[in-house]
Design a protein around this ligand. Structure first.
Ligand code: NAD
Ligand code: MG
Length: 384
């Protein structure tokens, strides 16, 4: 049976992993919309290969190039936020939300409003819009399937169980490329070093987030919204091998874990085929070859991000959106070489401490909180 799929953020790392799986079962899928920020040539090549209905770039200055690259194909082209939202709302069995950052929020919400299946990779959208997004999911009868490997693991470990019986949920963290670095080394870390993750091949922003541990902080907030067991039941453990992707402990003392290779095609396949299963080309797990799996407590002194995220989730209201927006600005400033690595968490902490905004109740209010937090983060950096 052919299923229809749209990918928001098709040219990124998650987009590429998804299309790799689709390519292997071409006859089972029909691609509706593919989107990118700019990357017009890359997007056009994918739209041609998969005979997409429409290709959309967020950046309007890239439309001419996209049009030219797709002329004569019959594939529709468009640009800008409204076009992205229209593409996200087009009828499709499953919409994969894989834009990076809160840029993906409005399109993801548009897909949710259609009440179908939304596979969510875009964690920043859920972190900033939390309650607004989960309310929309409930109101529209949408099925939200987590793509993030930890959350996909938890989703699998919860299958067939009642969350009322959960004692705790443990997110595993690789610890990132700097997990054993000293304060002094961290202060001198470069963008090139930060984006070189030991276990996962990912986009630049999430790679920096892994290095600071903000990725795990964002994932703690993401887990809080996806799995309503109470934030006090959410834990983090550092697991350098990235084989155990997360765990759920039940009241009877049983802990269920999901294991797999550190390849995003595994959780992506899980959501694409859900509730069935599909093949992936990933090498099977060879535990004997791995030899050992290790675990240790996170060091929140060297990596304060997870403590900041926990404080934001406890504070609730606008705090997670503020944390997320400040982090996006700080990561961009670090990647541009404007601030040292260790200032990322310092700026986020400062913006959080200085920004008390009312809890957003609508998408427009979330976007306003996000914009305000960004401008405060930028102002802080200018005066530093
Ligand atoms: P990426 O940078 O490789 O790709 C991002 C995609 O979003 C690209 O298609 C890009 O063109 C598009 N995009 C960027 N800015 C945009 C904008 N302003 N407007 C519209 N589109 C824009 O990122 P990625 O690593 O694929 O991550 C995507 C999302 O998935 C992130 O939220 C990330 O946290 C999450 N995620 C990624 C991984 C991974 O292994 N890469 C794992 C778990 C979760
Ligand atoms: Mg993850």
């Amino acid at each position: 049976m052919t299923r229809t799929l749209s990918i928001l953020g098709a040219t990124g790392s998650i987009g590429a992993s998804t299309l790799d799986l689709i390519r292997r079962e071409r006859d089972n899928w029909r691609v509706v919309a593919l989107t990118a920020n700019c990357q017009a040539r890359e997007l056009a090549a994918l739209a041609r290969e998969f005979s997409a209905e429409v290709a959309v770039v967020a950046d309007e200055s890239c439309l001419a190039e996209l049009r030219e690259a797709l002329s004569g194909t019959g594939i529709a082209t468009a640009a800008g936020l409204a076009a992205l939202i229209e593409a996200a709302a087009r009828p499709a069995d499953i919409v994969l939300a894989a834009i990076v950052g809160t840029a993906g929020l409005a399109p993801t919400m548009a897909a949710i409003e259609q009440g179908r299946i939304v596979a969510l990779a875009n964690k920043e959208a859920l972190v900033s819009a939390g309650d607004v997004m989960t309310a929309a999911v409930a109101r529209c009868g949408t099925t939200l399937l987590p793509v993030d490997s930890e959350h996909n693991a938890i989703f699998q470990c919860l299958a067939g169980n009642d969350v009322a019986h959960v004692r705790s949920i443990t997110l595993t963290a690789s610890g990132g490329p700097f997990r054993d670095w000293s304060h002094a080394q961290l202060a001198a870390a470069t963008p090139a070093q930060a984006v070189r993750h030991p276990n996962w091949d990912m986009g630049a922003k999430i790679s920096v987030d892994s290095a600071t541990m903000f990725n795990k902080g964002l994932e703690l907030i993401e887990a809080h919204h996806l799995f309503p067991v109470g934030h006090e039941r959410l834990r983090i453990v550092v697991h350098p091998q990235s084989v155990v992707h997360s765990m759920v402990e039940y009241r009877d003392g049983s802990t269920l874990a999901q294991l797999g290779p550190s390849d995003m095609r595994v959780p992506i396949a899980n959501v694409l085929a859900w509730p069935a299963r599909m093949d992936t080309p990933c090498a099977p797990l060879d535990l004997a070859a791995l030899g050992e799996l290790t675990f240790r407590a996170p060091d929140e002194e060297r990596f304060p991000a997870t403590a900041l995220a926990r404080a934001a989730v406890q504070a609730g209201g606008a705090a997670p959106a503020v944390l997320n927006a400040a982090n996006e600005i700080a990561v961009a400033a670090f990647l541009a070489g404007h601030i040292p690595f260790t200032r990322i968490a310092a700026y986020v902490a400062q913006v959080l401490a200085q920004t008390a905004l009312p809890a957003p109740a609508t998408l427009a209010e979330v976007i306003a909180v996000d914009a305000e937090a960004r401008s405060r983060a930028r102002a802080l950096m200018e005066f530093a």
